[in-house]
Design a protein around this ligand. Sequence first.
Ligand SMILES: Cc1ncc(COP(=O)(O)O)c(C=O)c1O
Length: 393
Amino acid sequence: MTGLMEQFLRGRSSSRSAMAPFLALDILNQATQREREGQNIVHMEVGEPGAATPALVREAVQEELARGRIGYTEALGRPSLRARIARHYRETYGVEVPPERVAVTIGSSGGFMLAFLAGFDAGARIGVQSPGYPAYRNIFDALGLEAVVIETNGASRHVVTAAMIEATHAEKPLDGLLLMSPANPTGTMMSPEDLQAVCAVCDRLGITFVSDEVYHGLTYGEPAETALKFSDRVIVANSFSKYYCMTGWRVGWLIVPEEFVRPIERLQQNLAISVPYLSQVAAEAAFDARDELQLIKAGYAANRNFLLNSLPQIGLSEFHPVDGAFYIYADVSRFTNDSLDFSRRMLDETGIAVTPGLDFDRNRGNSFIRLSFAGPERDMVEAVSRLGLWLPS
Ligand SMILES: Cc1ncc(COP(=O)(O)O)c(C=O)c1O
């Protein structure tokens, strides 16, 4: 597209907003439209728990609401929530985090905006894994940051190693690195040794490491380790969206090195003033809802087992066995070389909504789809039965 044509199509909107769409959400729109028209849809496209917000959380919010005054809070979050998050690190990982280094954010998405703005100047080069979470690169585009893609593959469990980072940095220096474990869409997890080596190489090379830990709590073997265990130079992003089943409350947090606290506070003051008050009340209560949350997680584990066993029987046999999160990233190259068309046809002809791999990997994504198993078990059974009839044998 020529510059002029691009400008014409954009109208008066800025070039920084000309980012790629999030295809999972586009498919969700199409799926809900069909639902409104009366079609029965199985939702496996969005990365969101099917379960309700824990009862304890809703009760805490109702009590607060009855008191009535819902105001701004401190830009970095309510002190009691920041202290509760710090306690979570002590209890879960055995790591001491001073509450002053905790920033409460608008989901982890809001946290990334703050972290990237505070951590990097325009033009900075940041390593990201591919396949990976698409919004990272799209936010980079809007902020004038350069994504340096580090491709992973199934043979090496989709893990980014310290050696890969060192090799990428040697070609042209990186300013930052952004990795997630457990990862979206592959469900892969770094071993504590690999994570420690990544932290060490970033510290040695002066690379600011942002560790996305939003799927912590959702692991099916060993628990995930936090990067804070291995470095206090790291920025950690986390969220109440996934394990805590609170996507719609839009609340998450960052743990940042001391020198980032004041810059992040200034950014939050000016960009958002504060995170919604009631969502912070909800978040604090969520730490006490462990029994309910563990039951929900047991449901994901059962869905995972069911799909890992039954998908190969209907011809979907190429995927990583999912250490954590709630996704299966399946190779569909036997059936298509256009994952977007394949996902649309699947939705049209079976009513099953999945995300095309193109969302996660611009080069190889046409050979993959992502299935989310965060919904109810009956949906998993229904999906396998409909897909079994639809996929060519
Ligand atoms: C890896 C990863 N990070 C961050 C997010 C953002 O989630 P939220 O803004 O709800 O915390 C998502 C959502 O799907 C994700 O998959």
